[in-house]
Design a protein around this ligand. Structure first.
Ligand SMILES: C[S@@+](CC[C@H](N)C(=O)[O-])C[C@H]1O[C@@H](n2cnc3c(N)ncnc32)[C@H](O)[C@@H]1O
Ligand code: SF4
Length: 447
């Protein structure tokens, strides 16, 4: 059992490690556009398969807890010009990629893809799917806000190969919903879930968040009970990331005093995890749960689950092309992030420029650490050769072992049952950028 002291000790600011180095530690001055194009082309030439992430940033109203990159508007005239810009950006990448490229994975994220009409979603997908074939066992998924997801949108995307949809649920308690300005009933989520299943989606996922303002043990219990009634195939149970310093963030609609303490937050997570496991879900990597029939469960058990900017994934390729404002791309040894402002993004793309804001080219040392972090995050196990890690890293790992979070030998570590809830902390000793660096106001708290 972890004690209150240990929760305090490990509740520090830390990255979620969807990349290494993490975005604040990239060195954009060393990034060259030509290197980036070569890296994307070479990686795809050897692997063929690629993943696409398409960022659709618009939402009609602001949920005040939200840390995603979004643009709040009710002006639906913004849809078509934005999609046309995404298609222009994709055309530029299609010219860089080898002709025998195969699309293995597409994820539409946001913001709210369900902001867009079914006609515009069809226009988007027709343009995306025109250059390259799609792999037989492809994984196409999208994020819908249950409040505005329609049957027609679900069907349009199903018809072009989407089989997974994830819905933002967050919490069913009325006082929590009012505080985060996101009121949605159980019936709304139920209808959205049933529509997807009726159409033939094989994986419906729900996002829940623990650590929101006014949450209590009772409200979390009630939310998980309601969730279990709908039996989503996959579940994200995210720790609320309180990052009010991020530009454009709305995390100011409630007082910090209304937020649960680190200790309370951990008790919400423990309760949710226990209830989900009793109902047959398995915890996979960090924040994720799935039923045994779900594809993520299968790859996790085989030890082939991967992690990238979209979260956990079943696909095995190393090329992720991110299209749209703020989207991040990854060629395996380089990263690139697009400009965040919608108008600037459209202007750059429409004048024939890749809309890259900044990027990073990884060193051999960074690629080594990246692999270790990925192994911890995905498989709870990592190994290295004698002499490959520093004394400082070793000392920090020994402390984690003493606290019962890992089993440690000279050349490997295995995450314990207790340590599973502290994966970010277990990765941090390998992160050379955190040494002597204050990461407050850069990352959310790890608990
Ligand atoms: C882009 S949103 C989901 C799609 C859609 N816009 C919706 O809200 O239903 C992705 C998910 O990120 C999670 N999320 C957003 N802000 C968060 C935060 N500050 N901490 C933890 N999770 C957060 C929420 O669970 C949210 O459903
Ligand atoms: S939670 Fe979803 S709907 Fe709400 S602001 Fe964030 S992206 Fe938009």
């Amino acid at each position: 059992m972890i004690t209150a002291d240990l929760i305090e000790k490990y509740n520090v600011a830390g990255p979620r490690y969807t990349s290494y180095p993490t975005v604040p530690h990239w060195q954009p001055e060393k990034f060259q556009l030509n290197d980036w194009k070569t890296s994307i082309r070479q990686r795809t030439s050897s692997e063929k398969g690629i993943s696409l992430y398409i960022h659709l940033p618009f939402c009609e109203s602001l949920c005040t807890f939200c840390a995603c990159h979004k643009r709040i508007t009710k002006n639906h005239a913004m849809e078509r010009p934005y999609i046309d810009a995404v298609l222009n950006e994709w055309r530029m990448y299609a010219n860089i990629l080898p002709a025998d490229t195969v699309i293995e994975e597409i994820h539409l994220g946001g913001g709210s893809p369900s902001f867009f009409s079914e006609e515009n979603l069809k226009h988007l997908m027709d343009g995306i799917l025109r250059y390259f074939p799609v792999a037989e066992n492809h994984e196409f998924s999208w994020e819908g806000n249950p409040v505005n997801t329609t049957f027609a949108q679900l069907k349009t995307l199903y018809d072009v190969g989407f089989r997974r949809v994830s819905y933002g649920v967050q919490d069913y308690d009325m006082s929590v919903q009012q505080a985060i300005r996101r009121e949605q009933s159980f019936e709304t989520v139920e209808t959205a879930t049933q529509m997807a299943r009726t159409i033939g989606y094989t994986s419906v996922s729900h996002d829940l968040v623990f650590g929101l303002p006014f949450q209590t043990v009772e409200s979390v219990k009630n939310t998980v009970e309601k969730t279990l009634k709908l039996a989503p195939d996959r579940l994200a149970f995210y720790s609320y990331a309180h990052v009010p310093w991020l530009k454009g963030n709305g995390q100011r609609g409630y007082d910090e005093a209304n937020l649960p303490t680190g200790h309370e937050k951990r008790s919400f997570y423990d309760l949710g995890k226990k209830m989900l496991e009793e109902a047959g879900y398995a915890e996979l990597g960090m924040d994720h749960f799935a039923l045994p029939e779900d594809s993520l469960f299968k790859v996790a058990k085989e030890g082939t689950m991967r992690r990238n900017f979209m979260g956990y994934t079943t696909t095995q390729n190393n090329t992720l092309i991110g299209l749209g404002a703020s989207a991040i791309s990854d060629s395996g040894d380089m990263y690139a992030q697009n400009v965040k402002n919608v108008e600037e993004y459209q202007m750059l793309v429409n004048s024939g420029n890749l809309p890259i804001l900044k990027g990073h080219k990884s060193t051999e040392e960074e690629l080594f650490v990246r692999q270790i972090i990925s192994d911890i995050m995905c498989n709870g196990f990592a190994e290295w050769q004698l002499g490959e890690i520093s004394d400082l890293t070793e000392n920090q790992l020994e402390e984690l072992a003493l606290d019962g979070l890992i089993e440690l030998t000279d050349t490997n570590l295995k995450v314990t049952e207790l340590g599973h809830s502290y994966l970010r902390n277990i990765c941090m000793p390998f992160d050379e950028y955190l040494i002597g660096n204050k990461s407050e106001n850069m990352f959310s708290k790890t608990v």
